[in-house]
Design a protein around this ligand. Structure first.
Ligand code: NAP
Length: 253
């Protein structure tokens, strides 16, 4: 334990900012990090009620949470997100980039608006928060970017979505090196199909069953299972994991 900093072993008074924390994997992550002792910023885009429900849940369990609306694709809103976090909680130690959208269509049929939205939120959104993190993350901090196992599955219909996630993985590697000297670890996690609105919306039952059965575990992942790995990377046990993309997918690929 000699090489662990005190900030590695005690999460109390550490601050985690989770984008897209009103629903799905981000909501599960916010609750899990709060249970692990972090003060948590619950970011959302439009769904205030869901974000407030996450805050209430955290507070009822004795944790500390702040809800901040900000569209991650907008640089000035992301700057305000960091400013409000620092004003309220004094700093930022952990950034989890969970905000994302997944609108699917074959490349030959996809319209420009869908392509642009996918890139703006999934890729530019991650860039916007990383830029702020570079300026504000405290020494000893952690960054966890959420990619996807589609970067390996490469199914039809996932073109721009998979491309944004592959770009996030590339930026994760570069950002790791740019954090040299600051004791900051940067990783990506790549979940497989996980039971959230993003995955389930618009898919008939037989399609969901087919995709669930691609995994040798013969089921979808649950948001809590993804949050558990994010929490490991954010906590003391993740101290020697840096610059990696960790696939958390039940063995689907
Ligand atoms: P989800 O249930 O649809 O939740 C999406 C979250 O992102 C919501 O909190 C939403 O906020 C937020 N969001 C969307 N656009 C935003 C924006 N412009 N600015 C800020 N927040 C925004 O999705 P999920 O399944 O939990 O996905 C979370 C992440 O995991 C995404 O990056 C996704 O690509 C990735 N992922 C998911 C799966 C899967 O199978 N579910 C697999 C691999 C990777 P509002 O509630 O305000 O709309």
């Amino acid at each position: 334990m000699a090489n662990l900093h005190s900030s590695d072993t005690h999460n109390d008074h550490r601050v985690a900012l989770v984008t897209g924390a009103s629903r799905g994997i981000g909501a599960a992550t916010a609750k899990r990090l709060a249970a692990d002792g972090f003060a948590v910023v619950v970011n959302y885009a439009g769904n205030r009620e869901a974000a407030d429900a996450v805050r209430s849940d955290i507070e009822q369990n004795g944790g500390q949470a702040l809800v901040v609306q900000a569209d991650v694709s907008n640089p000035s809103e992301v700057k305000r997100l960091f400013d409000e976090t620092i004003d309220q909680f004094g700093g930022v130690d952990v950034l989890v980039n969970c905000a994302g959208v997944m609108d699917l269509a074959p490349i030959g049929e996809m319209d420009d608006a869908t392509f642009d939205k996918t890139v703006a939120i999934n890729l530019k959104g991650t860039f916007n928060t990383l830029r702020q993190a570079a300026q504000h993350l405290r020494d000893g901090g952690r960054v966890i970017n959420v990619s996807s196992s589609v970067t390996r599955l490469l199914q039809p219909g996932y073109g721009p979505y998979a491309a944004t996630k592959a770009a996030v993985e590339a930026m994760t590697g570069v950002f790791t090196k740019e954090m040299r000297g600051r004791d900051i670890r940067v990783n990506a996690i790549a979940p497989g199909p996980t039971a959230t609105e993003l995955f389930l919306e618009g898919k008939p039952d037989h399609v969901v069953d087919h995709i669930a059965n691609l995994s040798p575990m013969e089921r979808l992942g649950q948001p809590d299972e993804i949050a558990a790995m994010i929490a490991a990377l954010a906590g003391a046990h993740g101290g020697w994991v840096n610059g990696q993309t960790i696939h958390v997918n039940g063995g689907v690929i």
